[in-house]
Design a protein around this ligand. Structure first.
Ligand SMILES: [Mg+2]
Length: 129
């Protein structure tokens, strides 16, 4: 299983990458949405951990673009946000995200959360016809 992590915070990016690589996932990382788009052209991951607050294009905008594209609709997207604000999970779902994780990342929980989301079948909306 391949996971792409998009986060402009190098510490978070490194932490999440190491935790997931330890679990046996193939992990790729991008520091912003534009770089992520570039990488997605070459390889499609099973899941994207997507920071919402990014310089340039924000994570929810990229999530919306990907969920609207038949080539990427099936990719599970997990929104990552530092804002534990009410309504953020709603915004993430509206953008098409499959799940939502609040930062700081809990290194013990993250692998469990990711495994759970990967086991779920893609949302009916993302299945296409
Ligand atoms: Mg950020």
């Amino acid at each position: 299983m391949k996971i792409l992590i998009v986060d402009d915070n190098p510490t978070n990016l490194k932490l999440a990458s190491e935790v997931l690589a330890c679990e046996g996932y193939v992990v790729e990382s991008a520091e912003d949405a534009e770089r992520a788009q570039e990488m997605l052209r070459h390889s499609v991951p099973d899941l994207i951990l997507m920071d919402i607050a990014l310089p340039g294009m924000d994570g929810l905008t990229l999530a919306r673009l990907l969920k609207g594209d038949p080539a990427y609709q099936h990719v599970r997207i997990v929104a990552l946000t530092a804002f534990a604000m009410k309504g953020d999970d709603q915004k993430a779902r509206e953008a098409g995200c499959d799940a939502y994780i609040t930062k700081p990342i809990d290194t013990r929980k993250l692998p469990v959360q990711v495994a759970e989301i990967l086991q779920r079948s893609a949302s009916p909306k993302a299945k296409g016809t």
